[in-house]
Design a protein around this ligand. Structure first.
Ligand code: ADP
Ligand code: MG
Length: 740
């Protein structure tokens, strides 16, 4: 069943080659107990290693089950060691971090047997060597004889055809040696046992055949054998280690070095913590900015103005500084101002119900100057007046306005009124509190834009700087009654609110005035100074504006207040839809200041977070170097284990799997530690930020982040451990054992 033909083996030394085996020819029977005797250095171990398939011969042939091994692949050799061979070594070669039971069980990891079968076979093997009561001990808790019995149990557990034992009693006293020999003799009843020894007495007493070897040659064989039966068998390839088994092996190994594993993982987690913190704070700030945008939807409408400008063009236009002592003419200005065809767009909004569906309010503003005076003929800042949709406001005092001549004072959400109102309302500017009645007991007077002009001879003269004239017209102006005080959750500033009806009233009344009709009739002539306009459209429009008489369907500004963030997006797509159907000239340009601001902030935030992640990655590089070193150390420490695994038939790939499993476990641990620490730090960061600037949850780590960071950690560790684990897998089996 086993035949060596003309086997030669030599080792390359630094300056010459040493021939260790010289033309070995020997065959073995299916069942016998062969002792190989010979002085130290005669080549016994080398011969045994070649028989066991852990070392290669230089020339000749090893014939296994009548098949030449000259064409054996690595996988065939792995399979041979796995299925046919059981090793027993002089120094036992048990794996220290595994229990006795696990050491034996290890030999079956590649067998493909079920868990139960593996358990039963391992227990049986340990029973047969009389060690069943020590099953959970670690190797260092046993005596030498006991350890060698574990090694024998490991060798026989998969029931191999051949047991090779290299000086199994070399380190044992004579009584224990006899016990071991008995066990070996016992197991040789139904298999081939080849034992190397230099103890002649033991060899003679227990074995059935003695082969003497000297200087690499067989010099005597007590019971030679010639192979007769020539049945051919199949060469078979090996099963590979299950990944879960390699994880288990590495996990048990890491458990024995718990402190180191945790420290390493902790150190590696620092890079992950850095990236996780940057990510989580970026998330938090991102969410905060978006929330601001969402919450401010009522304060920042989408605005379409008749005269608008492109914010980005304005920013990007190069403005050269004017030369000293010169006046420059700015001819870019007209390029910046964009005229919106707001009239057509308003018609479109009016007939398209979709806008109303997504908006809480669509407010059209007109450039009609409200000329309002208080009791002391003081003109009230016209920017304080706002045409409002009163449904969003709640009553603080009094009621909402109904008629054109009714107005309300609007407070901010905390019922504050801005200081400039005090002088208009004739209130003491040194006081800080007022009753509702003090506010409301006031009246204002409204006059028309056209009231400032008086016809003299053939043109209209502007009297807006004449105080006496103004007092007169104010006295005969329209009374504006303050009917209530309102506020709203969203309002940031106080203002004076009036109804749409007031606009209508103004337009109706202005269009009835003489000056207005005269201007319409005179067309190209300016009725205030009788000069001609050079550009009819432009100048007439500006005169109209000066007079405050835009038509009701041509507002200067449309503000669309979206219901919520989603609706805002819908409205914008409605505008885009509208634009697609228009010629370039009639396309509508809208402004969304909040979105612009938010987008700009988010862009800046992104850039900052990339830079920070870059910095944090430096520590990832450091930890990957560290992992590389630590895996390399682990490879050195586990050389014996690598040898044992290879001897029981694990392939190079399997060894790689084990070390990769180790780095994967460490990477996973580092990731988890990193996430836990980040979560912990986040609690503090959130607390501090909340106390200082009242922003909740500035540090948020999403589930996606957590998963990707753990995967990143595993990948970094796996990649940095790859080189050492390849080194491990390429280790020569014989060298692995020689290490001790
Ligand atoms: P034995 O087991 O009979 O004592 P070995 O088979 O271990 O002898 O060694 C035979 C000879 O081969 C010795 O001289 C040893 O130094 C040499 N030898 C064994 N392995 C190697 C190796 N890997 N490299 C170089 N020389 C080796
Ligand atoms: Mg030896």
């Amino acid at each position: 069943m086993l035949e060596l033909k003309n086997i030669y083996k030599s080792y390359q030394l630094s300056d010459n080659r040493q021939e260790v085996l010289k033309d070995i020819n020997i065959s073995f029977r299916k069942n016998e107990f062969v002792s190989i005797l010979g002085p130290s250095g005669s080549g016994k171990t080398t011969l045994l290693n070649i028989i066991g398939g852990i070392d290669n011969y230089d020339s000749g042939d090893l014939i296994i089950d009548n098949i030449s091994t000259t064409k054996y692949t690595n996988s065939n050799w792995d399979n041979y060691r796995n299925k046919k061979i059981g090793f027993v070594f002089q120094n036992y070669n048990l794996i220290d971090h595994l229990s006795i039971f696990d050491n034996v069980r290890l030999a079956l990891t590649l067998s493909g047997l079920s868990k139960n079968e593996v358990y039963n076979k391992s227990v049986d093997a340990l029973k047969s060597v009389g060690l069943i009561e020590h099953i959970n001990k670690k190797p260092n808790q046993l005596s030498g004889g006991q350890m060698q019995r574990v090694a024998i149990a490991r060798a026989i557990v998969k029931n191999p055809d051949i047991i090779v034992a290299d000086e199994p009693t070399g380190a044992l006293d004579s009584k224990t040696s006899a016990e071991i020999m008995k066990i070996l003799k016992d197991i040789s009843k139904n298999r081939l046992v080849i034992m190397v020894t230099h103890n002649q007495e033991l060899a003679k007493e227990y074995s059935s055949r003695i082969v003497s070897i000297e200087d690499g040659k067989i010099i005597n064989d007590s019971n030679p054998y010639k192979v007769i039966n020539k049945d051919k068998n199949e060469i078979s390839s090996n099963k590979s280690l299950k990944f879960i088994t390699s994880l288990e092996l590495s996990f048990k190994n890491l458990l024995t070095k718990r402190k180191r594993a945790i420290l390493t993982s902790f150190a590696c987690s620092i890079g992950i913590i850095g990236i996780a913190l940057v990510l989580s704070i970026t998330n938090g700030v991102n969410k905060y900015i978006k929330d601001v945008e969402v919450n401010s939807i009522n304060d920042y409408p989408i605005i379409i103005e008749r005269n608008t400008y492109d914010v980005f063009e304005t920013v990007s236009l190069p403005r050269k500084k004017c030369e000293n002592n010169k006046v420059c003419i700015n001819d870019e200005k007209n390029g910046l101002i964009i005229k919106n065809n707001i009239k057509d767009f308003k018609n479109y909004i009016d007939i398209n119900d979709k806008f109303k569906k997504y908006a809480t309010n669509i407010v059209s503003s007109y450039d009609i100057d409200l000329n309002v005076y208080n009791k002391d003929y003081k003109k009230i800042d016209k920017d304080l007046f706002k045409e409002l949709n009163f449904s969003d406001y709640s009553i603080v005092y009094g009621r909402k306005p109904k008629e054109y001549n009714e107005i309300v004072i609007v407070l901010d959400k905390n019922n504050y009124l801005s200081k400039d109102f005090l002088s208009y309302l004739n209130l003491d500017i040194n006081k800080t509190h007022f009753t509702y009645n003090e506010i409301i007991n006031n009246s204002f007077k409204l006059i028309l834009n056209t009231d400032y002009y008086k016809k003299e001879e053939n043109h209209y003269v502007d009297y807006s700087n004449n105080l006496e004239f103004i007092k007169n017209i104010v006295n005969s102006g329209v009374d504006l009654k303050i009917v209530g005080i309102l506020n709203s959750e969203e309002s940031m500033n106080s203002c004076i609110g009036y109804t749409e009806k007031l606009n209508k009233y103004l337009i109706d009344n202005i269009s009835k005035t003489e000056i207005y009709r005269d201007q319409i009739n005179s067309k190209k002539t300016n009725v205030t100074n009788n000069t001609n306009f050079d550009d009819f459209d432009n100048t007439y429009e500006s005169l109209e504006k000066f007079l405050g008489v835009y038509e009701i369907n041509n507002p200067s500004k449309i503000s669309i207040y979206a219901k919520d963030y989603k609706s805002k997006e819908k409205i914008i797509s409605l505008i885009n839809e509208y634009n697609e159907k228009q010629t370039d000239k009639d396309k509508i340009k809208y402004n969304d200041m909040m979105k612009l601001l938010v987008d700009t902030l988010l862009n800046i935030l992104n850039v900052i977070s990339y830079v920070l992640i870059g910095f944090a990655s430096i520590s990832l590089v450091v930890s990957s170097i560290m992992i590389s070193i630590i895996t390399y150390i682990s490879v050195l420490e586990r050389t014996k284990e690598i040898g044992v695994l290879r001897a029981i038939g694990a392939s190079k790939k399997d060894i790689k799997k084990i070390f990769n499993a180790e780095t994967i476990i460490e990477g996973f641990l580092a990731g988890v530690i990193g996430i836990i620490i980040t979560k912990f730090l986040s609690v503090f960061i959130n607390l501090i930020v909340r106390n200082i600037i009242d922003i909740k949850n500035i540090s948020i780590l999403s589930i996606n982040n957590i998963f990707s960071l753990i995967i990143l950690s595993i990948l970094v560790n796996l990649l940095s451990g790859l080189k050492p684990s390849i080194t491990a897998s390429n280790k020569n089996i014989v060298d692995a054992f020689r290490c001790d």
